[in-house]
Design a protein around this ligand. Structure first.
Ligand SMILES: *[C@@H]1O[C@H](CO)[C@@H](O)[C@H](O)[C@H]1NC(C)=O
Ligand SMILES: *[C@@H]1O[C@H](CO)[C@@H](O)[C@H](O)[C@H]1NC(C)=O
Length: 348
């Protein structure tokens, strides 16, 4: 409803009629009023991480292009670690043949805490020509690397045509992944998660790299450097959070109280009724794997999993859709105990 009201406000009736064929797509975008974000120039918040000449700053200083060629991928990292935060960028993904490529936008402190690191992931997975990109989200806490919490989805638009905003919110109470203004996944902290809920300051990373061994069709479709360089563009970067040295400023609670109050008062920290409805619609239509429904991998669902019976009915005990979403091909046979990271057989 809010989405329609928004369009009523912004557009004359005649354009509304033109838009009618798009309503299936638009209904995902209920309440699409943009967040009130403060963007920062690249050099104000980030550093080049790897890939020599393959990180190219935009002339206006607001963004970068990350290239992958036969010699190297590339990446950047935030100059500070943050105790909680809202990490966001507008991203445009490489087009055409992109099989084997992973573009990652994530937070981690693996450099500081080798054995007990925390991590929040958005990973875009390339595809063969004329096949769409897919993406996954995941989280780890305190080194819970043997307990992946992957979900996989398709997008409702072509992410290679235009920039779209992708965001990760992390507060002490919840984690929300956003695509544009649509929350696509919320993890509400549960006591039983213990250290699995990320709790130590993390840096923001963005990278493009060759993930030929797993990203597409379980590693069957590899990067083809005939089509290089592959270019992912980042701009309008947002870094909200409390810059905190995980050693010096421990514990952070007091030091970061003010910034945390700011963070949790922002509209992206609470999911409105309309946005929650959009999240449900997104998950019904575009999610094709969830660890919460993968009872072969986790016979007892993780404590934060909300098992929705109507949703569960659509998934097999492998956590994958019974019917392959929008595509018509039958899923290929697969070994039953493959992890989701290497399990990509339902090619979309
Ligand atoms: C947007 O954020 C800025 C900076 O925090 C603030 O000054 C402004 O009032 C906000 N605007 C709205 C519409 O909330
Ligand atoms: C994190 O893991 C370490 C062992 O690696 C353990 O000693 C510590 O209690 C854990 N912290 C939390 C918050 O669970």
């Amino acid at each position: 409803m809010d989405g329609l009201r928004y369009f009523h406000d912004k557009l004359p009736l005649v354009s509304l009629l033109v838009l009618l064929p798009l309503t299936t797509t638009l209904s995902i975008l209920a309440n699409a009023a943009p967040f009130n974000l403060t963007t920062i120039p690249f050099d104000e918040g980030y550093n080049h991480l790897f890939g020599d000449g393959n990180l190219v700053r935009s002339p206006d200083g607001k963004g970068v292009r990350l290239l992958l060629d036969q010699y190297t991928g590339s990446g950047f990292i935030s100059s500070s670690l943050y105790d909680h935060g809202f990490f966001s960028a507008k991203i445009k993904l490489p087009s055409d043949y992109t099989a084997g490529i992973c573009v990652a936008f994530y937070t981690s402190n693996a450099d500081v805490f080798e054995k007990s690191h925390d991590e929040l992931d958005i990973e875009f997975l390339g595809n063969r020509e004329r096949k769409p990109w897919r993406f996954q989200t995941n989280l780890y806490g305190n080194g819970s690397t043997n307990r992946g919490r992957e979900e996989r989805y398709r997008l409702w638009f072509d992410p290679t045509k235009d920039f779209h905003r992708y965001s990760i919110l992390w507060t002490p109470n919840n984690i929300i992944f956003y695509v544009d203004e649509v929350p696509i996944r919320e993890v509400v902290r549960k006591e039983a998660m213990g250290g699995d809920y990320p709790s130590k300051p993390m840096s923001l990373y963005a990278t493009i790299w060759d993930a030929s061994n797993w990203a597409t069709d379980g590693g069957k479709a590899k990067v083809n450097y005939k089509f290089a360089p592959f270019v992912a563009e980042f701009k309008d970067l947002v870094l909200e959070g409390c810059p905190a040295d995980p050693i010096e400023q421990f514990p952070f609670a007091e030091f970061c109280a003010e910034k945390l109050a700011y963070l949790t008062s922002q509209d992206y920290s609470t999911i409105s009724h309309a946005r929650r409805a959009a999240m449900r619609r997104f998950r019904q239509r575009y999610m094709y794997y969830s660890y919460c429904y993968d009872s072969l991998r986790y016979p007892v669902p993780m404590p934060e999993c909300e098992i929705i019976p109507a949703e569960k009915a659509r998934f097999k005990d492998t956590g994958r859709l019974k019917f392959g979403g929008s595509h018509k091909k039958q899923p290929k046979r697969r070994s039953r105990n493959q992890g989701a990271a290497s399990d990509n057989q339902v090619d979309m």
